[in-house]
Design a binder for this molecule. Structure first.
Ligand SMILES: NC(=O)c1ccc[n+]([C@@H]2O[C@H](COP(=O)([O-])OP(=O)(O)OC[C@H]3O[C@@H](n4cnc5c(N)ncnc54)[C@H](O)[C@@H]3O)[C@@H](O)[C@H]2O)c1
Length: 247
């Protein structure tokens, strides 16, 4: 199995894409640490993956994240793969958006990713060429109505990823982002059904993505097969961004 012997941390691993990524990396042989704000969800996923452990953490809290990763390293003996997946939405047009909705999304989706990179850095550098940082961006970073906060946060993840890739390349560590398009999770099911259906109809492959589609991309980037891939954004969007409006 291509991730045998590796230890992977997944933030926001208690449901949705994070849960899918955790399950897939475990299938590929990795040992899994789930970091989650909603404790029962983290524990449910942790308990259902052999050898996995769940930890309560809020990614917006750098001190808490750093001490949690130190515990992961102690519990598992190493930490090779950091997946910055935790994210939230607070959608509104700028006209109606309140400053707390801007702050919450930037704090979780961008500062949370910076915190994850900062806290994981010594461990992934120790892992050398097995070291991986993979962060969840989104096709929305290209622009998406009603998401100025979310789009800005996910564009920030791209800039952070490309720059950090340069800084850690000397150790063989790779840093990449995944930009999912429209994936069927609780986050997207929270939309009104007609908005959900309209979004699906704009996908060239004709369906919403599944968490397993994103998990497959994460497993690739985490593996030695992607050892020469760094600073990239891998779109997992059923072709959505091919259309002229995204060029
Ligand atoms: N679903 C999609 O279509 C889609 C598309 C593009 C990008 N994404 C991104 O993928 C990631 C996962 O999305 P999802 O659809 O699975 O969302 P989700 O809401 O189903 O799951 C997100 C998880 O993150 C956790 N979380 C939120 N804030 C946290 C915090 N401060 N600390 C720790 N954990 C926290 C939540 O408790 C939840 O378990 C997000 O970054 C999201 O922006 C999702």
């Amino acid at each position: 199995m291509r991730l045998d012997g590796r230890v992977a941390v997944i933030t926001g691993g208690g449901r949705g894409l994070g849960e899918g990524i955790a399950r897939r990396l475990a299938q590929d042989g990795a040992r899994i640490a789930i970091l989650e704000l909603v404790v029962p969800n983290g524990e449910r996923v942790g308990a259902s993956i052999p050898g996995a452990r769940a930890y309560e953490v809020d990614v917006t809290d750098l001190a808490a994240l750093s001490s949690t990763l130190a515990r992961v390293r102690e519990d598992f003996g190493r930490l090779d793969i950091m997946i910055n997946n935790a994210g939230i939405t607070r959608d509104r047009t700028l006209k109606n958006m309140q400053v707390d909705e801007w702050d919450a999304v930037i704090r979780t989706n961008l500062t949370g990713v910076w915190n994850g990179c900062k806290a994981a850095l010594p461990y992934v550098v120790d892992a050398g060429p097995a070291g991986r940082i993979i962060s969840l961006s989104s096709t929305s970073y290209l622009g998406n109505f009603g998401q100025v906060n979310y789009s800005a946060s996910k564009a920030g993840v791209v800039g952070l990823t490309r720059t950090l890739a340069l800084e850690v390349a000397r150790w063989g560590v790779t840093v990449n982002a995944i930009a999912p398009g429209f994936i069927d999770t609780a986050m997207t099911r929270a939309m009104p059904p007609d908005v959900f259906d309209r979004a699906v109809s704009a996908v060239p492959l004709g369906r919403a993505g599944q968490p397993s589609d994103v998990a497959g991309a994460a497993a690739f980037l985490a593996s030695d097969d992607a050892a020469y891939v760094t600073g990239q954004v891998l779109f997992v969007c059923g072709g959505y961004t091919i259309s002229a409006s995204h060029v």
